[in-house]
Design a protein around this ligand. Structure first.
Ligand code: NAD
Length: 252
């Protein structure tokens, strides 16, 4: 049974590879046997060391994913190094906070370009490679509690993450018959740079903690089981589903 979770010989491309959930998921995927292509804008030396420590290969591609025209070239670079890509984890994401009455077009476009538009065009570029090589593949999109709920003061983030869950379903419907599994993971409230502002606000921190059934913030390590599962043969008949890793937040 456990062999189904083995990712030896697979190549996993993960966006937003330097920090937070991306770094945590890369450690899990490499630990399960995958070589890694990490895409990001910042120094990835800590992630590279994690992967090397697990005995796997790591390629870093520096790119601003807000520019979706880079998608095809990114996949070409990965294929030139590793011959194929089997798994894509669309993880890179940003958030901008402001009252909706004051929200700017820039804070709308920056978030939508990275969190939603690049998810589609990188998925398209990787799926074209899955189809051209006839190898099937896995796409895992990182959604959010705000794929299910409204939130406050984060209009472009909620729009983008609600879109990510819808897009996950659509791509699953189009590509399941081609041997491509498209699924999502919706993290709850996790300790990363992305949520530093919330954790620094004592009253918001207390409010959030008191609502999480597990009684603690999640960590990047908590994402490992879900991402390896969805990337593996064990999830071969799962299509279009977004799995919450949220300490019970949505069950409340
Ligand atoms: P993070 O800020 O640590 O990670 C985001 C990563 O994306 C960073 O490595 C950053 O360098 C990269 N990135 C940002 N802009 C980029 C760009 N233009 N091009 C390329 N890379 C870029 O935050 P995180 O919490 O690890 O977030 C990862 C994902 O998880 C995001 O999609 C986020 O929305 C989602 N998420 C996080 C939480 C949470 O509680 N932390 C909850 C739900 C969803």
């Amino acid at each position: 049974m456990l062999e189904q979770f083995d990712l030896s010989g697979r190549v996993a491309m993960v966006t937003g590879c330097s920090t937070g959930l991306g770094r945590g998921m890369i450690a899990a995927l490499a630990g399960a046997g995958a070589d890694i292509v990490g895409i990001g804008q910042s120094d990835a030396s800590e992630t590279a060391a994690d992967v090397a420590g697990l005995g796997r290969r790591f390629l870093h591609i520096e790119a601003d994913l807000k520019d979706s025209s880079l998608a095809g070239g990114i996949v070409d670079q990965a294929v030139a190094e590793f011959d194929h890509v089997d798994i894509l984890v669309n993880n890179a994401g940003i958030i901008r906070r402001n009252d909706s009455l004051d929200f700017t077009p820039k804070d709308w476009d920056d978030v939508m370009d990275l969190n939603l538009k690049s998810v589609f065009f990188l998925s398209q570029a990787v799926a074209r490679q899955f189809v051209a090589k006839n190898i099937g593949g896995r796409i895992i999109n990182i959604a959010s509690m705000l794929s299910f709920q409204g939130g406050i003061r984060v209009p472009s983030y909620t729009a983008s993450k609600s879109g990510v869950m819808g897009l996950t379903r659509l791509l699953a419907c189009e590509w399941a018959a081609k041997g491509i599994n498209v699924n999502g993971i919706a993290p709850g409230y996790m300790e990363t740079d992305n949520t530093q502002a919330l954790r620094d606000d004592a009253s918001r921190n207390k409010e959030i903690l008191s609502r999480i059934p597990a009684g603690r913030w999640g960590t990047p390590d908590d994402m490992g089981g879900a991402v390896v599962f969805l990337a593996s043969d064990a999830a071969r008949y799962i299509h279009g589903y977004t799995l919450a890793v949220d300490g019970g937040w949505l069950a409340r």
